[in-house]
Design a protein around this ligand. Structure first.
Ligand code: MIG
Length: 816
């Protein structure tokens, strides 16, 4: 007995027989080196931790393991060169302290652990003291302490609640057509999240494309962690403290959306699949006959010849150019589906070229990988190879020549029948040669990039329209995203609204769900509610499964047709507002559809799950769609301020819940006090006619407010050379005088002559003069739509004032 114990003790001391299956943790800092904004810590056992400050509020932490030389992932970045950041360094026996003007990083030396605080010393983020950074064979992991109130948001397109606290998530792009609110992973991988601790926000972007995991306090109250099966522990810590600043900095790193073609903000109609050509035309004509506005019609997989990508089915679409010309005359653009799988067929040009030019991924022994998808056995392009991306990009030429304008990238997880694309398959990875384990999550991202770059190369002065199902961090630089195969249920309508918020704060603003649901058939009421909520989603497209019932706005009876028409028309009215928000997204990375905490971060109520399907469109418009069939009242939380119900003209005080009437044809929406909301008269499609009147709704308050309205030609890339116009509006209400100022902040784009119409809400009939540049405006009839003048609606308490939108400055004074 005694002998046995002694033997065990010896084994323990020598570590012989100790299990290999466990984590090791980063140990003591032996020495460090500093150059400019970077500090490298040399730790026990030849492990190195490099800390680089890229901006005053962003630092990068990178672990180097001895003998593990995988290059750092670089595809996601829009920016790689950073100015040096003024940094001070203090050293004590036990610590190193690095300070920027905003952040303090305290490095405990033994063992090496990091703590980030703001400049007042409030801790924002801290390594778990016991674990910190660790590894187990190829796997790397980082553990952080968690506070009781800490909340987590983001991770891109994820199911579940808006707040991801208490749950675990996997990044591995997966085609799951039957996903529900508990499914994970699904199509996209965006390893970026925002932590809100004591109402202070920070972000962490984990720069690793291998299968990764985020434990956000699941099953424990001690820590949260992120890990990857292999690759580097390489993460970016971004300090806000505003959520908006975290996303601004994150999108400085990973990029922002280019301005979309204006028509892509119109209504889009899809199904799997509209064919033959006559059916496509019939659908388009029906929109025009019924005067339901629409801009885009989609062709799903049946347009192809035997599912061969970049071909046309000879019987169903014998004359694509002729069809598309007719559709253009009706004001429709055409978008087509693009699948990555290239049919194995010795007579098919794309397959032949691809084989000859070495464009397809292979097994390690050099045999070309063949997987099964729609075309049957198929090859898969290696989008991680520059030559292959260029080749694929050129294939769009034929589609562009017949007039196709939009490219819908599907199945790019990549999906294959039988589920798993083999992990041993090799990719070029720009010369680095990497397996599917690293490249899987990047496949959709790189496919969308090949598409965007190719179309842009061939139509250099047009804005490409690309949409993708799978993707990765940074995809917003070249593609929009839809959330894949949802179901026609209330739960999916609600989940979609949360997903779009999650994507938005993860840097991807141009997003939408399949309106009405892809699987199943919505009830008429559910379809109506879905259309209502989607009026404000950046990407607005109805889509449904093969063989399902019709899902056009007129497929659910007269009443729902009327409702759909009313709300699709509303979409066209608010296009100027949405388009202006795209400019903001392009400039700062701010989402268009925003969670309430974006603007009310300090209000505990906005984090309550009861309100997670309400959202903001820009700063001043709050939308609370009804998501349950049979519900005719809506309970809403209104944050601080005063809110004007745009349906009833009733003003509510904020910081409280209200219940409003919400019959089937009503979408609850509220304009915030001080809010300025530009709109236009509806058109049947973008470009049908020029905007003849810019309408500006105003809800004045005693606090002066302002708003900047963006315009450009909506189609070309001239805006990148400064060809755009910014009109700043400011409103001041003082005593009985309201002053509205218009001022062109930039005037390098010239729209047609038009009227400017202000609709001033919640005001009494003016008793005094209404003057524009010292000249009095006269009273006119509401029907005098072109004349300069004013009229008052005493029932609604709305004053309308209109005049030509001339010159760079106009001041309007209204005396009550
Ligand atoms: O295996 O192209 O998510 O939108 O209609 C299904 C047919 C392939 C999945 C997409 C869906 C599309 C469908 N596609």
């Amino acid at each position: 007995m005694k002998k046995y114990t002694l033997v065990s003790l010896i084994i323990l001391l020598n570590g012989i027989g100790e299990s290999m299956a466990k984590y090791s943790f980063l140990g003591r800092v032996e020495r460090f080196e500093r150059s400019n904004s970077t500090c490298t810590l040399f730790c026990d056992g030849n492990y190195q931790l490099r800390i680089a400050f890229l901006t005053v509020n962003m630092l990068r932490v990178t672990l180097t393991r001895p003998g593990y030389n995988e290059p750092l992932l670089d595809y996601p970045f829009a920016r790689t060169e950073w100015d040096s950041v003024p940094l001070s360094l203090q050293e004590t026996d036990s610590q190193l302290i690095l300070k920027t003007s905003e952040l303090h990083l305290t490095i405990q030396k033994s063992p090496c652990r990091l703590t980030v605080s703001d400049r007042h010393g409030n801790v924002l983020n801290q390594d778990d003291p016991g674990m910190g950074i660790g590894w187990d064979a190829d796997e790397v992991r980082c553990w952080k302490t968690i506070t009781p109130d800490e909340k987590f948001f983001g991770l891109g397109e994820k199911t579940g609640g808006l707040n991801k606290r208490g749950s675990e998530w996997v990044m591995w792009n997966t085609d799951n057509p039957h996903h529900d609110n508990n499914s994970d992973p699904i199509y996209q991988s965006i390893p970026f999240f925002i932590g809100v601790r004591n109402y202070q926000a920070y972000g962490i972007y984990f720069n690793n494309s291998y299968r990764s995991k985020f434990n956000l306090g699941a099953g424990n109250q001690r820590y949260y962690s992120f890990s990857a099966d292999a690759g580097n522990l390489d993460y970016f810590f971004i300090y806000g403290p505003q959520v908006s600043r975290v996303v601004e900095t994150y999108t400085e790193l990973t990029g922002r959306t280019p301005m979309p073609p204006m028509w892509t903000l119109g209504y889009q109609q899809c199904r799997w699949s509209y064919y033959p050509d006559k059916e496509v035309l019939r659908i388009a004509q029906t929109f025009r006959e019924k005067q339901i506005p629409a801009d885009v019609i989609y062709l799903d997989i049946h347009y192809m010849d035997g599912y061969r990508v970049f071909t046309w089915h000879p019987e169903r679409f014998p004359d694509p150019a002729g069809l598309i010309k007719k559709l253009h005359e009706l004001g429709f653009k055409v978008a087509v589906i693009i699948d990555p799988g290239v049919k194995v067929d010795p007579l098919y040009r794309v397959a032949k070229e691809g084989l000859q030019q070495n464009h397809f991924v292979k097994y390690p022994d050099g045999e070309t990988y063949i997987g099964e998808v729609w075309p049957g056995p198929s090859y898969f392009p290696d989008f991680s190879r520059e030559e292959t991306r260029a080749w694929w990009g050129n294939l769009f030429d034929d589609l562009l020549k017949v007039g196709v304008k939009g490219f819908w990238n599907d199945m790019n997880e990549p999906a294959v029948w039988g589920k798993a694309f083999p992990e041993e398959v090799l990719f070029d990875d720009e010369g680095r040669i990497s397996s599917q384990k690293k490249m899987h999550n990047l496949y959709g991202f790189l496919m969308a990039k090949a598409c965007y770059d190719g179309v842009k190369k061939q139509r250099p002065n047009e804005r490409p329209f690309v949409i993708t199902r799978a993707g990765f961090a940074g995809e917003q630089r070249f593609t929009s995203v839809w959330t894949g195969d949802n179901q026609a249920t209330e739960e999916h309508l609600e989940m979609g609204i949360r997903m779009l918020q999650g994507l938005g704060i993860s840097g991807v603003p141009f997003v939408g769900t399949d309106v009405g649901g892809f699987g199943g058939t919505p009830s008429p009421e559910l379809f109506a509610r879905w259309v209502e909520s989607a009026v404000f989603t950046p990407f607005f497209r109805t889509h449904t499964h093969y063989g399902s019932s019709d899902q056009e706005p007129w497929s659910f009876g007269e009443n729902v047709e009327e409702i759909s028409k009313k709300f699709i028309t509303l979409r066209y009215e608010i296009l100027p507002y949405l388009y202006s928000l795209f400019w903001e997204a392009h400039q700062t990375g701010a989402p268009i559809l925003r969670p309430m905490f974006w603007h009310y971060q300090n209000d505990p109520q906005v984090y309550d799950g009861a309100w997670q399907e309400q959202f903001l469109i820009g700063e001043n418009l709050l939308v609370a769609p009804v998501t349950r069939v049979g519900q005719n009242l809506k309970k809403i939380y209104l944050p601080a301020g005063q809110w004007l119900d745009l349906n009833t003209e009733i003003v509510y005080d904020g910081s409280q819940t209200v219940i409003v009437d919400a019959p089937l044809d009503r979408l609850p929406m509220f304009l915030k006090s001080g809010g300025i909301l530009p709109s236009q008269e509806a058109v049947q499609f973008v470009g049908e006619k020029a905007m003849m009147k810019l309408i500006v709704d105003i809800f004045p308050t005693t606090q002066p407010t302002s708003y900047s309205f963006y315009e450009d030609d909506g189609a070309s890339v001239e805006y990148t050379a400064g060809q755009y116009r910014l009109t700043d509006f400011s409103i001041t209400l003082k005593g009985n005088e309201l002053l509205i100022k218009k001022n062109r902040g930039r005037d390098a784009y010239q729209p047609v002559d038009r009227a400017l119409q202000f609709r001033v809400h919640t005001v009494a009939e003016p008793k005094g003069a209404i003057t524009l540049a010292r000249a009095s405006l006269t009273k006119i009839k509401p029907s005098d739509i072109v004349a300069a003048g004013h009229f008052y609606d005493s029932e609604k308490r709305v004053l309308t004032v209109q005049f030509p939108d001339e010159g760079s400055e106009q001041n309007l004074t209204i005396k009550f």
